[in-house]
Write a protein that binds this ligand. Sequence first.
Ligand SMILES: Nc1ncnc2c1ncn2[C@@H]1O[C@H](COP(=O)(O)OP(=O)(O)O)[C@@H](O)[C@H]1O
Ligand SMILES: [Mg+2]
Length: 256
Amino acid sequence: MENIFLSLGGSEILKDVSFHLRKGETGVILGASGSGKTTALRLILGLLKPDSGRVFVDGEDITDFSEEELLRVRARMGMVFQAGALFDSMTVGENVAYRLMEKGGFSAEETEEKVRRSLRFVGLEDSIDQMPSELSGGMKKRVAIARGIVASPAIMLYDEPTAGLDPLNSRNITNLIKRLKEEQGVTSVVVTHDIPLAFEVADYTAFLHDGAVCYIGGTEGLVKTGTECVREFIDHSGCADLARGERRDFADGGLR
Ligand SMILES: Nc1ncnc2c1ncn2[C@@H]1O[C@H](COP(=O)(O)OP(=O)(O)O)[C@@H](O)[C@H]1O
Ligand SMILES: [Mg+2]
């Protein structure tokens, strides 16, 4: 994203936001509620157009793309939305297959194979015939990830993937994000206010405050070189010592 400005409903939501991510890296957009994180993801998906500035995906300037061209771009992306948003009336397997149905062109055997592979990746192959209502919050999130990866995307976008999860389930999701990078070279953008998650997965962090980037760089510099708003956020996160590198053990949590 280069020099993005965006106003919605008369207020400036993003102010000169720039964020670059290399192929195969995981970028984390950190920030408090309302800082503009989800809006940034919607720009990457082409669901919103900036007032000025450019959005690039795979080096391609998508800013002025038509809806048809954007569909082609989105086909390379997997998304895990904030609410998880599974279809309650469909089984886990059907939820995961949904993306393949949308794309079309997959035989029943191929679909089953891909759905099983995705569910196996998140450790939920045995839940293929269950309904979402039978699953815990953490399992639902993993199904949402299985759905996101089923069509083998090169790019994954996550909106608050650990929100509302306990530490053990957060840890599971964190590991899945890392494995997708390490095993499949997936490029990821993770939007979150979860400091431990950010420290675990980020190659690169942008900290958003009121729609403006107030820190950009590695997590190690967040505390040292971050501005006042970054420090304040970290001090109130309950993870200040982790962020300062004083409790490295916490990052592993003993919760594997
Ligand atoms: N469609 C919209 N119209 C007006 N304001 C919006 C719209 N979408 C988001 N906003 C506002 O933009 C700000 C950033 O929202 P959002 O990107 O959802 O933040 P975050 O994901 O960091 O919590 C918030 O103040 C929100 O109220
Ligand atoms: Mg949000």
